[in-house]
Design a protein around this ligand. Sequence first.
Ligand code: PLP
Length: 287
Amino acid sequence: MANALPHSLLNGAIVPTNDARISPLDRGFLFGDGIYEVVPVYAGKPLRLSAHFDRLQDGLDALEIANPYSRARWAELVHELIASNGGGDMGVYLEVSRGAGKGRDFLPEPDMQPTVFGFCFPITPPKPELLARGIAAATLEDIRWQRCDIKSIALVGPVMLKMEAKRRGADEAILVRGERLAEGSSSAVFVVKNGRIATPPASHERLPSITRLVVGDVLDALKLPLEVREVRRGELPAADEIWIASSTREALPVTSLDGKAVGEGGPGPVWRRVFDEFQALKQREAG
Ligand code: PLP
């Protein structure tokens, strides 16, 4: 991820990123007690903002944190934040923690005031070399918790998994729970075999990825059916294509898995069609 842009959002105000301060007693810091979102922005316009707000609300509901803002206020703040950083292409990170207490009780104090922090970082289109080569992934056992559907700020599991993937020469970890594909350490996963495209269904084991919805719309536009079903670990090395998808990386081809070529070892033809249509969708919706 690129460096933070100069302006941030802190509790309703746009402030210089370097001057933003929160209490060390904030429960986000002490307990990882909060949720976050990452929204892609193209030409100053957020893509699927309302889906990101839906997921943010679901996370707050799961953690029993009252949403500090209405939808309209959130949208206003996000647009102010984007404008303060000059518009263009960027990722917007939004975090809501339960707020700062008087000490460090596990049980939250009543009537806590959530802390809201947001910052932006530049996103650039994937480089031609990356698109030509694809990425390497490593299959790792999912060591995270049982509520991966919540976009929790407690991310030490994926941090450890990313470090392990890097040690194995990979850019992403593809996580399995026993024989079942879970998801990427920070991405949704699609597999293609004999022209059939599959991705696992929503469950507590995976984040409801917004990019997965976008890829679903892209596949609809291409009239390519998507099978939403459990994917077995054994299908991964046998796949013709594997893609990962996330808000900041769109859909990228995985061309090597655990050091072995996926399919022909290069980005596959189905991914190429998805990539092109994804760019067209971005232009239509946000460009
Ligand atoms: N799964 C996990 C665990 C993630 O962290 C992410 C994104 O960070 C995704 C899936 C993809 O979600 P989205 O498409 O909403 O970015």
